[in-house]
Design a protein. Structure first.
Length: 264
């Protein structure tokens, strides 16, 4: 029996076959989940996302645009999901963005507008997606978001993204409490977690900068003498999405080859 048989998953953040979201999607599909995708509206991104999705068998029917900075688009996405798939078990948030003017700029020089954009798209969007998805979740649903160690430690080039990831991890804990339902007898017991991945070359990480040096550094310092890849993140996503993780919520799980606790 496949771990995720009968479960329906909506995956955001596939822009090409290097995307962490694509590593997650392939692994969810491998374990039997029915997949749907939401891509950032842009003809080039749509083409690239569809080129990935077409590799899956059976081919997902739900491949829809959604700019997560827009509440109306998030609402429309979830309403459309309801029409096509009725309900939802797994929601993957694999989205981050900061304006180019904020990347490589020390935090102290970050413009207010750039800060707000970075936190809006990289962190607030999880709240927006969960708000619209909440009524669709079946009992035991699982939400996951992608984070990075820059949320809790200083990385010279990460700057505003570190602040956005700290917000994201905090949002994960608050949403875990709210969607878990506590003592409410009618609660759907949806779990919300973050995966904090080690550095992986992707479009987003190349935009942040220094990715090759980071990968090299993890090779020197991490317990396993390397960084991780998209499939390793994907397999952790399968665990979080499955009933194997039925008692795990509000956590940030590191998939970083054992880097984050090394002091020397
Ligand atoms: N690559 C790494 O080293 C690394 C490490 C830890 C965490 N992460 C996180 O993983 C997640 C995925 O990033 P990735 O590295 O796979 O890069 P990626 O470039 O493949 O994915 C980023 C995605 O965000 C989407 N996006 C940006 N703005 C959007 C918007 N307004 N609406 C909808 N979608 C939007 C892009 O279209 C893209 O699909 C991000 O949250 C990133 O911070 C990446």
């Amino acid at each position: 029996m496949s771990l995720l048989a009968g479960k329906k998953a909506l995956v955001t953040g596939v822009i090409n076959d290097l995307s962490i979201a694509w590593g997650i999607a392939k692994n969810l599909a491998h374990h039997g989940a029915t997949l749907g995708f939401a891509y950032q509206p842009n003809p080039k991104i749509e083409r690239r996302c569809r080129a990935c999705v077409e590799q899956l068998t059976p081919r997902p029917v739900f491949v829809e645009p959604c700019d997560v900075a827009r509440d109306d688009e998030v609402k429309r996405l979830m309403a459309h999901w309801k029409e096509v798939h009725q309900d939802l078990d797994i929601l993957v948030h694999s989205i981050a963005f900061a304006p180019a003017t904020a990347l490589g700029v020390p935090l102290i020089k970050t413009a207010r507008a750039d800060f707000l954009t970075a936190v809006d798209i990289s962190a607030y969007s999880l709240i927006a997606l969960c708000r619209e998805a909440e009524p669709l979740f079946r009992p035991g649903g699982s939400v996951m978001a992608l984070s990075y160690h820059g949320a809790v430690a200083y990385y010279p080039h990460y700057n505003v993204m570190g602040v956005a990831k700290a917000a994201l991890e905090c949002i994960v804990r608050y949403l875990a409490a709210e969607l878990g339902g506590g003592r409410r007898p009618d609660a759907r017991r949806v779990r919300v977690n973050a995966i904090s991945a080690g550095p992986i070359p992707t479009l987003a990480s190349k935009a942040v900068g220094d990715i090759d040096r980071m990968v090299e550094h993890y090779g020197e310092k991490s317990c396993l003498g390397r960084t991780v890849d998209q499939n390793e993140v994907g397999r952790t996503a399968v665990f979080l999405a499955s009933d194997l993780a039925s008692g795990v919520t509000g956590e940030t799980i590191f998939v970083d080859a054992g880097y984050h606790f090394i002091g020397w």
